[in-house]
Design a protein around this ligand. Structure first.
Ligand code: RP5
Length: 170
């Protein structure tokens, strides 16, 4: 079967970010979204980041997900070079526990937004879901899979509620 063109580009600053970013890849896979994964660094390989963004755009990538820890400037470096939506995933990679990456990613100047998700695995997974919601604006298949996932979440919580209420004294 022919390989599908990537809809989402997932970038991370180092391969040490990959174990956490697997959550994002799993979410994209689960929702049937094609993606391309790269290790590129805003600080260590700035020229390659610029070249990659132009190539990915030309190849049809719709959304960029950028993960980095510490002085996390990868999402900012990418959004400076594209008008496509950029989602930033701050990672816990230093003694500051991810707060450094969160502030570096979220505090973008006016006009160059990075949609910043939570630090770590929860954010990595939500980056996949947020990219899916963006793509679902023009893709009925992704929208249907998101709706099915939402229905499952509702069912799961109501089952937990029923179990919890069964422990009530009266
Ligand atoms: C950041 O520095 C990377 O995104 C990673 O989270 C962190 C550590 O990178 P390595 O020293 O493990 O390559 O740029």
């Amino acid at each position: 079967m022919a390989k599908r063109k990537p809809q989402v580009a997932v970038l991370m600053g180092s391969d040490s970010d990959l174990p956490v970013m697997e959550k994002c890849l799993k979410t994209l896979e689960f929702l049937g979204i094609s993606f391309e994964v790269s290790v590129l660094s805003a600080h260590r390989t700035p020229d390659d980041v610029a070249k990659y963004v132009a190539k990915a755009e030309a190849g049809g990538v719709q959304v960029f997900v950028c993960a980095a820890g510490g002085a996390a400037h990868l999402a900012g470096a990418v959004v400076a070079r594209t008008l496509r939506p950029v989602i930033g995933v701050p990672l816990n990679a230093t003694a500051l526990g991810g707060l450094d990456a969160l502030l570096s990613t979220v505090q973008m100047p006016s006009g160059v937004p990075v949609a910043t998700v939570a630090v770590g695995e929860m954010g990595a997974s939500n980056a996949g879901f947020l990219a899916a919601r963006m793509l679902a604006l023009s893709d009925a298949g992704i929208r249907a899979r998101l709706e099915a996932h939402r229905d499952e979440m509702v069912k799961g919580v109501l089952e937990k509620n029923a179990r919890a209420r069964g422990k009530s004294s009266s």
